[in-house]
Write a protein that binds this ligand. Structure first.
Ligand SMILES: Cc1cc2nc3c(=O)[nH]c(=O)nc-3n(C[C@H](O)[C@H](O)[C@H](O)COP(=O)(O)OP(=O)(O)OC[C@H]3O[C@@H](n4cnc5c(N)ncnc54)[C@H](O)[C@@H]3O)c2cc1C
Length: 288
């Protein structure tokens, strides 16, 4: 196995173009598991840890530009106030060791339907910035996930960063697993209220072949809040609105039975998480 170690981003792109079969490695918390279990043996590993810009974040044109190599620990400690939904999701990932090594870029690269960053990125309307020697492009998160553990990257492309607007309203993330820590989600749900545009963002995790938004639920809730003047008044949320929103979120899932849980349980847990997340987010919104 060849170990490629670019020092700069242009060098990394050149190496990926020359060896499209090269497997990028950032924190290694997914890649090393696969190698250790001998699930595959790539001809080339492309180590991205020396590319310093990947490990940086910065405000950029009204967004936070989160380098693909920023660890979960840093999202939690440095960006908890600016990216609250993603920070909540990051707190639920693995253990301290995994959060120190694991990155949002790696979560996107792996594109597991159970990856915890995805619901938060979907709800926040994040974009994934990818690049190759051919040029750069931004992919809306909902178009990035193309199948079970598949994403929209071309063979010569690398993930450079994620662009996320700072929250205009409250954000929530809920995850259900078979225990409280070090657990892959049985189901997960992300919610973001966007009062600046009277819109709602959602993200469903681990309950469909890909992470996905619950579009009908988003539209129903945003419209109900507008029709009832609640974006303005910040009045109490009608119980029926919360219940119907939860039902629509559950309807958007298409889960399977597997070792972690049944499809039925996943659908039920999603509706519970959606209602709770909405109540918590709405209470936060009313307090401001
Ligand atoms: C014990 C344990 C517990 C875990 N718990 C959780 C959990 O609770 N929630 C969760 O979501 N995940 C969990 N994971 C999975 C893993 O930690 C995450 O998916 C993490 O985000 C991977 O990040 P990484 O930097 O380590 O990725 P890596 O392992 O380095 O890479 C992951 C994938 O992304 C690709 N990749 C990496 N960087 C790039 C790039 N810049 N451009 C293109 N492709 C790239 C790699 O080729 C690979 O396919 C766990 C893993 C372990 C071992």
């Amino acid at each position: 196995m060849e170990f490629l170690q670019p020092e700069t981003w242009p060098e990394a792109l050149q190496m990926k173009a020359a060896h499209p079969q090269a497997v990028p490695i950032q924190g290694g918390t997914d890649v090393m598991v696969e190698l250790n279990f001998d699930r595959y043996r790539p001809e080339y590993l492309l180590d991205l840890t020396r590319v310093s810009e990947l490990a940086q974040w910065a405000p950029d044109n009204g967004h936070i530009r989160l380098g693909a190599g920023v660890s979960y620990t840093r999202v939690i400690t440095e960006l908890g106030d600016r990216l609250p939904g993603l920070a909540m999701a990051s707190r639920t990932v693995g253990s301290p060791q995994i959060r120190n090594r694991g990155t949002v870029g790696g979560n996107l690269g792996a594109a597991s339907p159970a990856g915890d960053s995805h619901p938060a990125l979907l709800a926040a309307y994040a974009h994934v910035e990818v690049e190759s020697v051919r040029g750069a492009r931004q992919i809306p998160a909902e178009e990035f996930y193309t199948g079970v553990k598949r994403n929209a990257l071309g063979p010569d492309e690398l993930i450079k960063a994620v662009l996320i607007a700072p929250p205009a309203g409250p954000q929530q993330f809920c995850k259900i697993g078979t225990r409280n820590a070090m657990v892959i989600a049985v189901a997960a749900f992300g919610l973001a209220l966007h009062p600046d545009r009277e819109a709602v963002g959602t993200g469903i995790g681990s309950a469909a072949p890909t992470p996905r938004r619950a579009l009908a639920a988003e539209q129903f809730l945003a419209q109900s809040l507008t029709d009832d003047g609640l974006w303005e008044s910040r009045g109490a949320l009608p119980d029926a609105t919360g219940r119907h929103f939860a039902d629509l979120v559950a309807d958007a899932a298409s889960p399977i039975d597997d070792v972690r849980g049944t499809a039925r349980y996943r659908v039920h847990s999603l509706s519970v998480m959606a209602r709770r997340a909405l109540i918590w987010a709405w209470n936060d919104f009313r307090r401001v």
